[in-house]
Ligand binder design. Structure first.
Ligand SMILES: *[C@@H]1O[C@H](CO)[C@@H](O)[C@H](O)[C@H]1NC(C)=O
Ligand SMILES: *[C@@H]1O[C@H](CO)[C@@H](O)[C@H](O)[C@H]1NC(C)=O
Ligand SMILES: *[C@@H]1O[C@H](CO)[C@@H](O)[C@H](O)[C@H]1NC(C)=O
Ligand SMILES: *[C@@H]1O[C@H](CO)[C@@H](O)[C@H](O)[C@H]1NC(C)=O
Ligand SMILES: *[C@@H]1O[C@H](CO)[C@@H](O)[C@H](O)[C@H]1NC(C)=O
Length: 632
């Protein structure tokens, strides 16, 4: 070994130290909803508008339904029932919205007679108002009660308009009127009108006040914790967006110290990362001629060796390569083959049947190997495969699992191509499998200190035991992360096309988190449903129909799935449930996807109580199982 290897390895160590400590801080300040909702809305003369209002640059999750503002020619407007109300002022302190009827802004002769009506779910009239009652075309005489104007031209017909400055009991006396409209005005304006009838237009333009109510206390607490108020459209409830993730109540207050050093730390960390990366690239190029390849391999081996040592007692039993050979009867019975290597049937000395996965020799597999050992060794759950042992001897690496007589789930859901094993499962079994996988994933996501993200949930990685009880396997791409960090950083996106969540390969969709597994789970369940022959996909096999889109359309149409033949009610209910849940899981915004706990809850709920999700965003994805492949 050359004497130059020492500075490189220490530099590498420093590099990883910097990356590990700094990069997560940089990447975690990236919930796009936080920055979107922190912006205020400005339209014409109304400015600095925030929660519960939304519209224009503020997306719908920044406010409550019923508080959407539109901006027409620099005039802010809010719709309430049939009324278009012009927003004159917003007082966030007192929660007062000052509005005027748009149709009475330029005159008291509207072309349509519409009463004022507000959305009482969110608003109440202010206390300083009076109702103006406007009568059209009744030929009323001028009396102390009524002031009459005779010059309205409505739809080219001359019409008289009389008004009373209070609520009027409308009886048969007014049956000849073309229309009667009630418009609230300020008490003071009504008093002015009694003195001077010519101020009618000023009174109408003066508008009226509405008091709103919308999670005021929650929002104040959220703001006090440096959060931004928002709305969760799934649970229809208040949400506090923090710089890294949403919270139901408030953001964890960063300590003053942290706040101060964060800015400096970010720049320093970033600078270091860049400088060291350049240095390392330089050194790597320089050393390339010196059989670095060989060295790298040795280092990799040393790393894994160190990892196993560190793992100590937690790790399952270690076997030698000779033992593996004996166990598998010289690799006699091959069960399967993948990009990672091959799987063989084997027998432990105590006669237990096992599956032995022999990893092919590549650098990537070293990473996969460690992920697998680290993740599975920490788990013990009926829906997660158990790792019984491993082999690590120079370049020979193997993992030993319990044997699953029914193989992997993909053999049961695809009917085409190479899968000769294919045979149909009962709907009930499919449901139990979906529920079992959900439980396994929930367990992984909810782990007490470390949360395990799988990142490669797909039918090929679900194994079935003799009772068709599903077990999650293949943790090669998994990530262990601290329970408290919800958004994780990823150096490279890996996963399988068709199951990989959009945010894993495109950060615009939001941070990578446990919700990325939820997405893969949803795609898988859809395939479990869609792979069943007795659903008529309604298109020839050759046409490129995207199954989630197709199924969504049919779900929309009163969920009337076109099931061939007679299907028991229970089975239909199961299908609907699986579809509804999976469509929730594949929402493109991770925020809209349920947690696995929620998925289990939904799977066990009555189908009638499930809300049909919004249409998932789709853009000609790859679905055909034949084209599935490992992505680097
Ligand atoms: C905007 O509104 C917030 C409260 O909603 C207030 O604290 C802030 O001072 C306002 N800014 C301006 C420029 O009016
Ligand atoms: C005026 O005409 C429009 C369009 O024809 C119609 O919708 C409206 O009801 C009419 N208004 C009145 C007061 O008759
Ligand atoms: C408005 O409300 C009054 C009663 O308050 C009613 O008599 C009148 O017909 C309503 N007008 C319209 C256009 O609905
Ligand atoms: C005005 O009329 C509406 C119903 O049209 C009523 O709810 C409201 O209380 C009235 N306001 C006043 C001040 O009388
Ligand atoms: C009706 O006449 C009054 C004066 O009597 C005038 O101020 C008002 O603008 C006129 N309104 C319309 C709609 O012509």
């Amino acid at each position: 070994m050359s004497s130059h290897s020492l500075p490189i390895s220490s530099l590498l160590a420093l590099f990883f130290l910097v990356v590990l400590t700094r990069v997560p801080t940089i990447l975690s300040v990236d919930d796009p909803r936080y920055s979107t909702c922190r912006e205020t809305l400005t339209c014409g003369s109304v400015s600095n508008i925030s929660y519960p209002f939304w519209g224009l640059n503020r997306l719908s999750y920044c406010g409550q339904p019923g508080f959407e503002l539109r901006c027409e020619n620099d005039v802010a407007e809010i719709m309430m029932n049939e009324n278009t109300l012009r927003v004159l002022d917003i007082d966030p302190e007192r929660q007062i919205l000052k509005v005027a009827r748009e149709d009475y802004w330029n005159g008291y002769c509207p072309t349509k007679f519409i009463n004022t009506s507000i959305n009482y779910d969110h608003f109440n009239y202010g206390s300083n108002l009076r109702n103006l009652t406007l009568f059209y075309g009744c030929n009323l005489p001028t009396t102390p009660t009524f002031t009459v104007f005779t010059n309205c031209s409505i739809n080219n017909t001359l019409t008289d308009m009389s008004y009373a400055t209070r609520n009027m009991l409308v009886d048969t006396r007014y049956s000849t009127c073309r229309g009667i409209v009630v418009v609230p005005v300020y008490e003071a304006a009504a008093k002015d009108l009694e003195v001077n009838p010519m101020t009618i237009q000023a009174a109408l333009r003066g508008g009226f006040e509405l008091q709103w109510k919308a999670d005021n206390d929650e929002c104040r607490r959220c703001r006090d914790s440096d959060g931004v108020c928002g709305y969760n459209q799934i649970s229809s409830s208040f949400t506090c967006f923090c710089s890294d993730k949403p919270s139901e109540t408030t953001c964890l207050p960063p300590t003053e110290e942290k706040k101060k050093t964060m800015g400096k730390g970010l720049i320093l960390g970033l600078g270091l990362v860049v400088a060291i990366t350049i240095l390392i690239c330089f050194l790597v190029l320089w050393f390339k001629g010196k059989s670095l390849l060989n060295q790298g391999k040795k280092k990799e081996d040393a790393r894994i060796e160190a990892f196993i040592k560190k793992f100590g007692s937690l790790a399952p039993r270690r076997y030698s390569y000779a033992e593996i050979k004996k166990m598998t009867n010289k690799f006699n019975h091959k069960l399967g083959q993948g990009g990672f290597g091959s799987v063989y049937k084997g027998k432990l000395p105590d006669c237990r049947l096992v599956a032995v996965k022999v990893l092919s020799e590549s650098k990537e597999n070293g990473e996969d190997f460690m992920n697998e050992v680290a993740s599975i060794s920490r788990t013990s759950h009926v829906n997660i495969v158990s790792l019984l042992g491993y082999c690590f001897e120079k370049s020979k690496r193997a993992l030993i699992y319990e044997f699953m007589p029914h193989g992997s789930l993909d053999g049961f859901i695809y009917d085409r191509g190479l899968h000769h094993r294919s045979c149909r499962l009962e709907w009930r079994t499919l449901y139990d499998i979906a529920l079992g996988i959900a439980r396994g994933l929930e367990y992984l996501h909810q782990g007490c200190n470390t949360r395990i993200l799988h990142f490669d949930i797909k039918p090929h990685n679900i194994l079935l035991d003799e009772n068709f009880c599903p077990k999650i396997s293949d943790f090669g791409l998994s990530k262990l992360c601290e329970r408290k960090e919800s958004i994780i950083s990823m150096a490279c996106a890996r996963g399988t096309i068709g199951y990989i969540a959009p945010e894993v390969f495109c950060r615009n969709f939001g941070g990578v988190s446990y919700k990325s597994d939820v997405y893969s789970y949803g795609m898988m369940v859809l395939e479990m449903v869609g792979g069943r022959k007795n659903i008529d996909v309604g298109a020839s096999q050759t046409s490129e129909v995207y199954f989630p889109s197709w199924i969504y359309k049919h779900l929309d149409q009163s969920m009337n799935l076109n099931l061939n033949g007679v299907i028991a009610e229970e089975e239909e209910e199961i299908t609907r449930k699986l579809i509804t849940v999976s469509l929730w899981c594949i929402q493109s915004d991770p925020f809209d996807r349920p947690s696995m706990t929620k998925v289990i809850e939904m799977l066990q709920a009555n189908v009638q109580s499930l809300i049909i999700p919004p249409r998932p965003f789709v853009s000609s994805p790859v679905r055909s199982p034949k084209t599935l492949e490992h992505q680097k």
